[in-house]
Structure formats: structure tokens, C-alpha cells
Design a protein around this ligand. Structure first.
Ligand SMILES: [Zn+2]
Length: 114
């Protein structure tokens, strides 16, 4: 008995369509990009002494079930925001694939009327 995955033509068409979509969605990331204001660690910083905090952009994501944060360099902010938006679109797309596989399978099994 074989447990190999059988990929009929309809499934292959779904795969090709998804790969094409992923190519147009790049860059892709999962997480959130947030702007924060916070004091810095420089001793005697004039801005912090005035009570003006510093703006920073933080990328928050989960890794191995733990939340992690990284500072985002200013020149990467718009790229990363786009990546997160693309990631959301990809997740929505992935949520449709189980149904698509089942419907494609049904179509291949449908017999012509007698
Ligand atoms: Zn400061």
C-alpha cells in the first residue's frame, strides 16, 4: 500500500496559481510594526531632560511561542509594513486552500451523466 501524495492535475493548477501569487506578494512577514516613543539611555540627553521622548519603530513577532521585538531601521520601515500586510493577505489565501483542494478533488471524481 502506498502512502505517497497523489497530485492530480487540478491540485497542480492550484499549486502553480499559489506560487505565482506568492511571487507577487514578496516581501512577506508575520508580526506587527509599531511606532513608540521612549526615553533613551544616553546620560544627560537634552531631549529626554526636556521630557521629549525619542521615536522608534518596533517589529514584534513570535518565535517558538515567545514574543520577540526588534528595532526597525528607519530605511526599512515601509518595506516591513508592506511585508506584514502581504503576510496577512497570504494567511487569508492559505485559509482558502483546504476547501479548494476538496472542491478540486470533487470535480475530478464527478462522473459524466449516463
Ligand atoms: Zn534621549
Amino acid at each position: 500500500m502506498s502512502y505517497g501524495i497523489h497530485i492530480p492535475m487540478a491540485n497542480e493548477a492550484l499549486r502553480r496559481a499559489l506560487v505565482k501569487e506568492i511571487n507577487t506578494l514578496w516581501p512577506i512577514a508575520k508580526g506587527s510594526v509599531t511606532e513608540v516613543t521612549k526615553p533613551c539611555i544616553r546620560p544627560g540627553c537634552p531631549a529626554c531632560q526636556r521630557g521629549d521622548k525619542h521615536r522608534a519603530v518596533i517589529f514584534t513577532f513570535r518565535q517558538d511561542g515567545k514574543q520577540r521585538c526588534l528595532y526597525v531601521p528607519q530605511e526599512l520601515v515601509s518595506l516591513l509594513r508592506q511585508a506584514v500586510e502581504n503576510g496577512r493577505q497570504l494567511e487569508q489565501r492559505l485559509a482558502t486552500l483546504g476547501e479548494a483542494l476538496i472542491l478540486a478533488h470533487r470535480r475530478t471524481r464527478r462522473r459524466p451523466p449516463p
